[in-house]
Write a protein that binds this ligand. Structure first.
Ligand code: HEC
Length: 114
């Protein structure tokens, strides 16, 4: 019994550590969901069209801060999407992500590629 409890503790602790590590690098699975669902139809609604920048390419050119600023403030046909279209997604809220963690998750997904 004691051993089982101890084992449980170790498993729990490593689970928390693993979650922490995944979060620090940006969680690509959450990033994919954000890409698909932001503002209802996702970033792809506009960005999967050839006339707009392909975000899988943009992520290689823009710094993380440049990327975040466009999401925050918008630019030309790009709406300010961070607060209004990303942070209010139910799974972003329930995961308690900060804006930076949401941006990092998205970038992790885009860097990984489709
Ligand atoms: C309603 C259409 C629309 C949606 C939805 C949209 N974008 Fe955009 N986005 C644009 C357009 C158009 C541009 C190009 C703006 C310009 O020409 O300056 C752009 C530009 C960008 C850029 C700059 C790209 C570059 O290479 O300079 C980033 C970063 C970006 N969008 C991120 C996102 C993310 C992340 C999402 C989803 C969370 C998203 N966008 C959703 C229309 C959209």
């Amino acid at each position: 019994m004691k051993f089982a409890q101890c084992l449980k503790g170790v498993i729990l602790a490593s689970g928390v550590m693993f979650a922490g590590a995944a979060m620090a690098e940006g969680d690509a699975a959450i990033g994919e969901k954000i890409y698909q669902r932001a503002l209802g139809s996702g970033c792809g609604k506009c960005h999967d069209s050839a006339s707009n920048p392909n975000l899988f390419e943009s992520v290689k050119k823009l710094s993380r801060d440049e990327f975040k600023t466009v999401m925050e403030k918008g630019r030309a046909g790009m709406p300010p999407i961070l607060a209004a279209g990303v942070m209010n997604l139910p799974f972003v809220k329930s995961a308690n992500l900060t804006e930076d963690q949401a941006v990092d998750a998205l970038i992790a997904y885009l860097k990984k590629g489709k």
